[in-house]
Ligand binder design. Structure first.
Ligand code: SP5
Ligand code: ZN
Length: 351
């Protein structure tokens, strides 16, 4: 299947993450995408460049105010002198406009960039640097280009997106994500008249952003299998099984820390069955491979065979399929894991 790519991902170096007030190394590195591309090319994949997409590709799933913030935050930060005093080389929030502050009234937009930084971010870990916006916009273009290829008749297309997207909501970003690439791909399929579209997320973490964006939309079925947030895992506040969307179009399946292929593939198959029964006409797979044993960001223990089996379960749906890269942080394994998942999807589609 075609691999859609954007060099613009290299412009985003998160520079670590601020966790409990401490700048720690972070794992969402440029090398991730390079390793995936190298592994796919070794298998003979055809790599095509992302086409620039119109701004409507962003605003189909995001508040224009979020896009404006992401586009301008770095320059405002630099112009305010914050890189010199106090000497912070990334945009980091310090104050959050919690809804309980406002007695139900809307918040003012903050004048200072230091405060505005907290208006759109829901964590302190997801830093903005000089090239973050261009890279995030490039990733969204990559996902939407893959959707367009599928609408043009490709049975499946893979978007090698970085930074990832599934934690970004309509107007807030976090979890290493800025713009929701998978949601934008689903919106593109919907805009072409495909309904319902199923978005089945197998990243180790709950796809909370995608869930929130499509909560009220029963033309987009959102499903996610992930490590139980109730066991203390990001995003902690979301991803529980009683979150069903406004009219039943959302499904979460949680797996316990330590789960391996058997439990995890069964959960993936459950989501696939749900999408089939609800009549999905196209499929978007937010493909994180951080459920793998050995990944530093999750306690799951899925093997390469497990990813291949998950791919087969999705391919067997026989739907036009857009795969969008999300997490996966074990640099030595990420390429092989993505190859296995994509091969599984092709096997399922051809079976
Ligand atoms: C796209 C994706 O996989 N995002 C996952 C982000 C989860 N990050 C949670 C990090 C929780 C705090 N980790 C502390 C590590 C200290 N460096
Ligand atoms: Zn993840």
């Amino acid at each position: 299947m075609p691999v859609v790519w954007s060099d613009r991902h290299r412009l985003h170096d998160p520079g670590g993450e601020v966790w409990v007030g401490v700048r720690t190394p972070g794992t969402e590195l440029p090398e991730r995408a390079e390793r995936i591309r190298a592994a796919l090319e070794q298998q003979g994949a055809l790599v095509v460049d992302a086409e620039q997409q119109p701004d409507e590709a962003v605003t189909s799933v995001h508040d224009p105010a979020l896009a404006a913030h992401l586009a301008g935050a770095w320059r405002a930060w630099e112009e305010a002198g914050l890189t010199e005093d106090p000497g912070q080389d990334r945009v980091v929030p310090y104050l959050f406009p919690h809804p309980d502050l406002f007695s139900g009234r809307p918040a003012h937009t903050a004048t200072s960039i230091t405060a505005r930084a907290g208006q759109f971010a829901y964590d302190t870990m997801t830093l903005i640097g000089p090239g973050t916006w261009e890279a995030a916009r490039g990733a969204l273009d990559t996902a939407v280009t893959a959707a367009a290829l599928v609408l043009d008749g490709a049975p499946a297309a893979y978007a090698c997106t970085r930074p990832p997207g599934h934690h970004a909501t309509r107007s807030a970003f976090g979890g290493s994500c800025y713009l929701n690439n998978s949601a934008a791909a689903a919106a593109r399929l919907r805009a072409a008249g495909t309904a319902p579209v199923a978005v089945l997320d197998i990243d180790a973490h709950h796809g909370n952003g995608t869930q929130a964006i499509f909560w009220d939309d029963d033309e987009v079925l959102t499903g996610s299998v992930h490590v139980d947030p109730g066991a203390g895992w990001f995003p902690h506040f979301l991803g529980f099984e009683d979150e069903r969307g406004a009219s039943g179009s959302n499904r979460n399946v949680v797996v316990a820390p330590g789960s391996g292929d058997e439990r995890w593939v069964a959960a993936v198959s459950e989501l696939a069955k749900w999408a089939r029964e609800d009549g999905a006409q196209a499929l978007v797979v937010p493909l994180g491979v951080d459920a793998a044993g050995g990944d530093p960001e999750s306690p799951l223990a899925v093997t390469p065979d497990g990813f291949r089996a998950a791919g087969r379960a999705f391919g067997a749906l026989g739907l036009p399929t857009v795969i969008v890269q999300e997490g996966g942080y074990d640099l030595d394994a990420i390429g092989e894991l993505v190859c296995e998942a994509l091969q599984g999807i092709e096997e399922g589609l051809n079976g």
